[in-house]
Design a protein around this ligand. Structure first.
Ligand code: SF4
Length: 708
């Protein structure tokens, strides 16, 4: 870690996928925090969470030493025990009996080493990440359409667009600096229109010229209807479709077959007024510079992949991609969800955006790593992985920097599964979480400010996170712990890194290995960074991948030449059959429960709850519901309500909110069993997943509500 004499450090915010640059400056004993003026993501601005970072640096509640069954042990004892247990399980039950469950909080270097160990040396792809809960559907949507997990846009497109369509995104709370960019752009361009598509009226709607409060789950129907409308109005880009795409005819036929071309009927099916639907469709038809910005409302669905492809279809049909101010733009929740994707941190990825469905790619990665036991096929995705733990098929699991006992759907099931498992290793910065309580072996992990590496934000910008504090106790960076265990398992040569720089160099080299650049199918290419020296890595400035000989300073926008990463270089339309959520309200469970973020909290609050300032906005989880629904249940704001799903119950204070449509309620995701006995809302969420992405339907459960 960085010596304590550092006084001014440029780093990156650890919270959301905007990836803002942060300057930390030491003033005597205190650290001050401000936005980095030079960082392209935020140009000096920080939201309320980011600006409070300096107030979260104390080591209260930190895990300081390795433990086995609650007893402090040496680093050597802990690593030897983990290596022995994993080796024994693999020897007795095969490689697929072990698993890692990691996190979008890991730096790219941590992620790379974890992925290499389990896929290249333990012989299984059973590594999944909490990013599965965040953007897995967007990944599959991009791959189906473009042949690669390639985010086409850049943040500057948000300002350049004349029409911004936000789908399933409360950017004002979840991505505040991007929301500020949108607000400024609207001030600068009075003709700019903003449409928000969201069942809830959120703070983001303050910016909207039009809010479409669609029925939950009707996104794909709406965009199928839009595709049919654009065709009927002759507003398609026929030349782009002919020269750069395939599959249009089938996709259009399916759109026309599934979405009523009578807009009055379609509007009723989507739960919006005909005039509002007409307005949105007309604006979309008339505005070449359109960005569709989508997030968890699209992804966290049992048909999230189809929703994202329904969005991408209308952009392909109008040629609105690869151009300034145009494109389908998925925004990730976490600070390094993109970096994890780049190294293959998901169970159905290999590394450097290569896949297990390509034998040549498996062979390439195996040779590059000089792998001793290369995984040959996809591993288990998050929900399946914990089911395998419960069934006793996975017998040893290492959970890094995440709290699945709070955040996974059917969270009590996950807890029971871990309690049954004989070997649960948890590496975390925090001593007491719902998940550390299930661990046999604990490893103290370095936290933000104590570790070095890189992260990639939502527009492909790679930025450095830099250490400016010494880690307390025996806390170490995740890549270091993984290497220690790998060496004790006998893989000394392949895991002899001495710093994150060595890991990053290897990651860069793999991206370039047998890759002929943008003309190949491999989009993720950092070959332009191969000669990077350690001092240059230390000073690395934010840069958008790909970074190649042709694009030494990175590339803002992909697909400007109309060439995609599919074998024939054409983008693919996908014929979409809209699906509704898996569960529908009934007499027993008449309300639809939606979950999401509060403005000032991050994930399970291990950092943000440290400062009272961030609890001023909301100091407890609340059940938000329409006042008429509350009245019908005999409730008013401040009353306690019992929220019951098929899986369990929560008691929460009521907050009446006219932003919710009657029949729909909202509960935040942040509170844990450690902070509030009744906080863990994901206990109530069934583990329905998208069949293609494995992403859970975390935004839709049916519940009953009664006075408590
Ligand atoms: Fe930027 Fe997100 Fe951090 Fe706020 S939380 S400062 S928007 S990265």
């Amino acid at each position: 870690t960085r010596p304590a004499d550092a006084t001014l450090i440029n780093t990156t915010c650890p919270y959301c996928g905007v990836g803002c640059g942060v300057e930390m400056q030491r003033n005597n004993q205190a650290w001050l925090c401000r936005g980095d003026q030079q960082h392209p993501a935020n140009a000096g601005k920080l939201c309320v969470k980011g600006s409070a970072l300096a107030e979260t640096l104390d080591s209260r509640g930190r895990l300081l030493e390795p433990q086995i069954n609650g007893v402090a042990v040496s680093i050597d004892q802990a690593c030897t025990r983990i290596a022995d247990e994993f080796k024994q399980v693999i020897a007795e039950h095969g490689p697929d009996a072990v698993a890692f469950y990691v996190s979008g909080q890991l730096l790219t270097e941590d992620y790379y080493v974890a992925n290499k160990l389990i896929k290249g040396f333990m012989g299984t792809a059973n590594i999944d990440t909490n990013s599965r809960l965040c953007m897995a559907s967007a990944v599959v949507g991009y791959k189906r359409a473009f042949g690669a997990d390639a985010v086409p846009c850049s943040y500057e497109d948000l300002a350049l667009a004349d029409l911004l369509v936000l789908v399933g995104s409360n950017a004002a709370w979840a991505h505040p600096i991007l929301y500020q960019k949108m607000t400024q752009a609207k001030r600068d361009n009075p003709h700019k229109k903003v449409v928000v598509i969201d069942p809830r009226r959120t703070a983001t709607c303050d910016l909207a010229d039009l809010h479409l409060a669609i029925k939950p789950g009707t996104d794909a129907l709406l965009f199928n209807g839009l595709l049919a409308y654009l065709a009927k109005q002759d507003c398609l880009d026929a030349r782009f479709i002919i020269e750069h795409t395939e599959g249009f005819v089938l996709a259009l036929a399916q759109a026309e077959a599934t979405a009523d071309t009578d807009l009055a009927v379609l509007a009723a099916d989507c739960g919006v007024s005909e005039s509002d639907l007409n307005k949105f469709f007309a604006w979309f038809a008339q505005t070449p510079r359109t960005v569709t910005f989508y997030s968890q409302g699209v992804n966290q669905s049992s048909s999230g992949v189809d929703k994202s492809n329904a969005i991408i279809n209308v952009h392909l049909a109008t040629g609105r991609i690869g151009k300034p101010g145009a494109g389908p733009f998925s925004i990730t929740g976490q600070p390094n969800a993109m970096g994890g994707r780049e190294v293959g941190g998901l169970a159905n990825q290999l590394a450097a955006h290569m896949d297990f469905n390509d034998p040549a790619a498996i062979d390439r990665v195996e040779r590059f790593w000089q792998a001793e036991n290369m995984a040959q096929q996809n591993g288990l995705k998050a929900v399946d992985l914990f089911q395998a733990v419960d069934a006793g098929k996975v017998k040893a699991i290492w959970i890094m920097h995440t709290n699945p006992v709070v955040t996974m759907p059917d969270a009590d099931f996950v807890r029971r599964a871990l309690e049954k498992c004989a070997c649960v290793v948890v590496s975390d910065a925090v001593a007491d979480t719902d998940t550390t309580r299930c661990a046999n072996i604990l490893l103290p992990a370095a936290a933000w400010g104590e570790k070095d590496g890189t992260v990639t934000n939502s527009d492909r910008t790679i930025s450095r996170q830099r250490a400016f504090l010494s880690a307390p106790g025996q806390a170490k960076p995740d890549w270091w712990w993984i290497c220690q265990v790998a060496q004790k398992m006998g893989f000394e040569q392949a895991f002899n890194y001495v710093s994150p720089f060595g890991v990053f160099k290897e990651h860069v080299a793999l991206s370039a290995f047998e890759n002929d650049g943008l003309l190949s199918r491999r989009d993720f290419d950092l070959s332009g960074l191969q000669s990077l020296t350690e001092p240059e890595y230390q000073n690395l400035q934010p840069i958008q991948w790909p970074v190649t000989a042709d694009y030494p300073n990175g590339l803002k926008r992909l697909f400007e030449d109309g060439q995609f990463f599919t074998p024939n270089r054409r983008a693919k339309f996908i014929a979409i059959t809209p699906q509704l959520p898996k569960e529908s309200p009934s007499n027993d469970y008449p309300f639809v429960l939606n979950t999401g973020r509060y403005r000032d909290q991050w994930h399970t609050m291990t950092r943000t709850a440290k400062t009272p300032k961030l609890l001023q906005h909301r100091d407890e989880p609340r059940l938000s519901m329409h006042p008429d629904d509350a009245q019908q249940c005999g409730l008013v704001t401040g009353d306690l309500a019992m929220v019951t799903s098929r899986l369990g119950k929560l008691i929460l204070p009521v907050e009446c909110d006219t932003g919710l449509v009657k029949g729909q309620v909202f509960v935040p995701m942040h509170w844990t069993g450690v902070y509030a006995k009744h906080g863990r809302v994901d206990r109530l969420i069934p583990a329905h997943t998208d069949p293609l992405s494995g992403q859970p339907e975390s935004k839709h459960a049916v519940v009953n509500i009664t006075a408590w």
